[in-house]
Write a protein that binds this ligand. Structure first.
Ligand code: FE2
Ligand code: FE2
Length: 296
């Protein structure tokens, strides 16, 4: 049977019998499986693959030899490029959530910001073509919310969590928190492509989403003449939302508001790890958390 898949190459090598092999994973919306290929033509075509690429493959499914568990792999015997007439709708992961509900939540969130300058900033940024792209983009290539609309879902959920924390903790600038939460990852629209495999853009690899989010906010804020003190507080939330410099943040959290957005962001990314749909066993090794998680 022929199947359109997204193929990620892990290794090309020589086997002991003088042949060659290529191995890696193939995936679609239903899950992921290892592959191996021994045909020299196929191996040569895969040899220089440096990013995930879609192909139509066919071949039998076999048990992985020399593996301690009963893992399956597809032995690719035929590999074709995707043609315009091929159905590839199974290749772009979609989230199991209602995007319209989240768009409404987003509107409510923005409307809840009482500080006029911050509310105007949010309305200006989340509009037009950019907002359409924001609603479509994943929040990650594979670590968390790696599906269409993931960025919208993540940003709204982080804002809701942060808002609840602000209410409980008290004596914090809730408008700043909600604004920072909604804006903290907007640079991902330019960092990660919403196309097949969600590849990083060149700009994304060179600047990263934190820097790009700050630049985008600053550009919009300057046009709106947002007060400098307010802008600095907002930019600090974005710059420190990974918490510490070791986790990729240019700045470590230094304000209550920044800590709240950081922990809401981290908590939401962690909880999303439990939403995998292709878990075959209760315990699954999680690459983001670098540990086994018990998925019920
Ligand atoms: Fe981020
Ligand atoms: Fe985030």
């Amino acid at each position: 049977m022929c199947q359109a898949v997204l193929l990620r190459l892990q290794k090309v090598g020589n086997s002991s019998n003088g042949g060659v092999f290529a191995r890696g994973t193939v995936e679609d919306n239903s899950g992921k499986i290892q592959f191996i290929a021994f045909e020299r033509d196929i191996v040569n075509r895969l040899r220089d693959l440096d990013a995930a690429k879609a192909f139509v493959i066919s071949g039998p499914v076999d048990i992985v030899k020399y593996s301690s568990s009963l893992a399956l792999q597809v032995v690719i015997q035929k590999l074709d490029n995707i043609m315009p007439e091929d159905d590839i709708s199974n290749l772009v992961p979609v989230g199991e959530f209602d995007a319209e509900v989240y768009k409404n939540k987003m509107e409510t969130m923005i409307g809840s910001v009482k500080t006029l300058t911050l509310r105007t900033l949010l309305k200006k940024i989340f509009s037009g073509k950019f907002y359409d792209e924001f609603c479509k983009n994943p929040a990650g290539m594979k670590l968390h919310h790696a599906y269409l609309g993931g960025l919208l879902q993540h940003s709204v959920d982080v804002a809701e969590l942060a808002s609840a924390m602000a209410d409980t903790i008290g004596r914090v600038d809730k408008d700043l928190i909600v604004t920072g939460a909604l804006l903290h990852d907007i640079g991902k629209v330019r960092e990660i492509s919403s196309g097949m495999g969600f590849p990083y853009t060149t700009e994304g690899r060179l600047l990263g989403h934190i820097t790009m989010s700050v630049l985008m906010v600053r550009e919009a804020a300057v046009e709106l003449k947002l007060p400098l003190t307010s802008l600095q507080q907002l930019e600090h939330i974005i710059l420190s939302h990974h918490g510490d410099q070791e986790k990729g943040s240019p700045m470590a959290c230094a304000t209550k508001e920044a800590f709240i957005v950081h922990y809401a962001d981290e908590m939401n990314a962690i909880m999303n790890q439990f939403d995998v749909k292709d878990n075959k066993s209760p315990w699954e090794f999680n690459t983001m958390m670098k540990r086994y998680l018990l998925l019920k």
